[in-house]
Design a binder for this molecule. Structure first.
Ligand code: FAD
Ligand code: DLZ
Ligand code: SF4
Length: 508
């Protein structure tokens, strides 16, 4: 009896496990654009368009390679609107008796497939360098799951930047040479734009009609939608931006939203690029003398370190992870996250860029939008929903540990050894946002005081019992104690007043 081979929208790899395990002479590939996925949250229109355009092109590629593909378009009147429903429909049409799938990257969908009244074989997703079992072994019996130690294991396993069993250059991590502010530079290369072809244009019209009310601009749409385009984007990054990646990794500039970042996360997460090929390409650039070690090591660490590590955490922690709220933060996400006016220039820029591009780089996500939400005590589940909706690369396996864990400390310190909070000083040091802000970053109190300055202390005092004994945070509490008591009271009262204005819906 023939089988159905499920290929999800983020499994667009010719060698994905389910396709490797299938028989193209006998089995039927099932792909489906469905509201059950496209409206599971209100995804940014560019994200939906990228996924649908890439799915259509991948299905055409499979057909060209001799596969039979049953492809459901979003506007198919016969569609059940769900992945599970489409599998049942194709089974009824063809008499297929079982399903072969690569395990999805979200518990919700794994549970839906498990509940199907058909035998379903879920194969491990070996597009990742570290299997779930391997991560569980690594995590077992460890008191702390620090990314840095996991990363060293991944370096050993892959042989990337290794020499005679040790790290190239003698150090595992060159971050001391990274993380500089950046200056505007007219000659900094812009990421390549991919003009929509006829397939993408048809998808753009569909998305415009069906998802036009979602947060975010659909056009201009310039993302690559197939492997060839994704490889061109990678080559562009390696040649033009990788040499400056390390130094500019944490910088933020109003006029340059992408700086020297790669913009390849959407392609990696869809399966159009493979993590090892990307890292090997970066290593080759270093060996050829085309990029410095600090940049290449930093870039490789993000991919074989952070990316693999957060996936390990997501599956280790189980479906309840997104409900974690250790700090018991309960405030509603303020409308400024959806583009409502704000006087805070940093947030205004980060949100506007997100609306226009469906992209913000790591430090904008962590130290602007994430930092503010944490300082202001926003419900981490709402913060998680926001990140899952607004970014082109957002899938729960990668988004949730970054948001719930790294950014909001809602898992109690599993991912982050200390909360990523800062006053305005950090943002001022790493960006040019403060120069155009109606608040003053140097004002610590008073009507002009930067809200990050006020809320920083409010956060630390709210959670004093939890963080005071953290060796990396003790010194800030001692700074607080040295402050004159009248000033301390004023700062906390002004922070309270700011939060009250925000909750009342005033422009802050
Ligand atoms: P670069 O800065 O050029 O980095 C190169 C690659 O490294 C990225 O393409 C990405 O694959 C990988 N990488 C870097 N940092 C991380 C990280 N912390 N976790 C996983 N991979 C990483 N990344 C996503 O892919 N999807 C998400 O939904 C997502 N949500 C995030 C939410 C928050 C709150 C934070 C703080 C970070 C999040 N990240 C997420 C991580 C990171 O911000 C993006 O991977 C990165 O900005 C993608 O842009 P880039 O390709 O230009 O990355
Ligand atoms: C994100 C997404 C969207 C928007 N739409 C679809 C879709 O219509 N069909 C599909 O197969 N996959 C889609 N996806 C990706 C899935 O939601 C993704 O596979 C799971 O969230 C697991 O990562
Ligand atoms: Fe952001 Fe404060 Fe700087 Fe304004 S002054 S841009 S609110 S950090």
């Amino acid at each position: 009896m023939s089988r159905l081979v499920l290929v999800l929208g983020d499994q667009l790899t010719l060698t994905v496990a389910a396709l490797r395990g299938a028989d193209r002479a006998r089995d039927l590939v099932v792909m489906a654009e469905v509201m059950g996925e496209a409206a599971s949250v209100a995804h940014h229109p560019q994200k939906i368009a990228l996924i649908f355009a890439a799915m259509r092109k991948f299905a055409a590629r499979l057909c060209a390679e001799g596969w039979r593909v049953a492809y459901t378009r979003l506007d198919d009147p016969e569609s059940s609107g769900r992945i599970g429903g489409e599998l049942l429909r194709r089974a009824a049409e063809t008499g297929a008796g079982e399903v072969l799938a690569t395990i999805p990257g979200e518990w919700r969908l794994i549970e839906a497939l498990d509940a199907l009244p058909l035998p379903v074989t879920l194969l491990p997703d070996d597009r990742f360098l570290c299997s779930r079992a391997e991560f569980e072994d690594w995590a077992r019996d460890r008191k702390q799951l620090r990314m840095e130690y996991f990363y060293r294991e991944m370096r050993r396993k892959t042989g990337l930047l290794m020499r005679e069993g040790g790290p190239e250059g003698g150090q595992w991590n060159y971050d001391a040479e990274n993380r500089r502010p950046a200056a505007p530079d007219l000659f900094r290369a812009k990421p390549p734009r991919f003009e929509p072809d006829a397939v993408t244009e048809e998808v753009l019209e569909l998305v415009e009609a069906r998802f036009g009310g979602n947060f975010g601009r659909l056009r201009p749409f310039g993302w690559a939608t197939d492997r060839e385009g994704a490889l061109r984007a990678l080559e562009h990054f390696i040649a033009e931006a990788l040499p400056r990646f390390g130094a500019e990794q944490d910088a933020m500039l109003r006029g340059d939203p992408t700086l020297s970042h790669a913009l390849i996360s959407p392609y990696l997460n869809l399966g159009l690029l493979a993590p090892l090929e990307v890292c090997q390409r970066a290593e080759a650039a270093w060996r050829a003398g085309a990029a410095p070690l600090n940049a290449v090591e930093g870039f490789i660490r993000q991919i074989i370190g952070w990316r693999e590590y957060v996936r390990g955490i997501y599956f280790l922690e189980g479906p309840g992870y997104t409900a974690c709220n250790t700090l018991e933060h309960r405030r509603a996400l303020p409308p400024l996250y959806w583009g409502a006016e704000t006087r805070m220039a940093c947030l205004s820029h980060a949100v506007a860029q997100t609306r226009d591009m469906a992209y913000a780089h790591h430090i904008q996500r962590l130290m602007v939008t994430g930092n503010f939400a944490l300082l202001a005590g926003i419900d981490p589940h709402q913060v998680h929903q926001w990140y899952l909706e607004v970014y082109i690369d957002a899938y729960e396996w990668v988004e949730a540990p970054n948001t719930i864990g790294m950014s909001q400390f809602a898992d109690g310190g599993l991912v982050a050894s200390k909360p990523y909070v800062s006053s305005g000083n950090y943002i001022n040091g790493m960006s040019d946002y403060c120069k155009g802000c109606s608040y003053s970053v140097t004002a610590k109190q008073g009507p002009a005081a930067c809200p990050f300055n006020l809320l920083y202390w409010h956060f630390l005092l709210r959670h004093r019992a939890r963080f005071e004994r953290n060796p990396r945070m003790g010194p800030v509490y001692r700074t607080w104690e040295k402050m004159e008591s009248g000033k301390r009271e004023a700062v906390l009262a002004e922070a309270e007043a700011f939060l009250a204005r925000m909750e009342a819906g005033e422009t802050v």
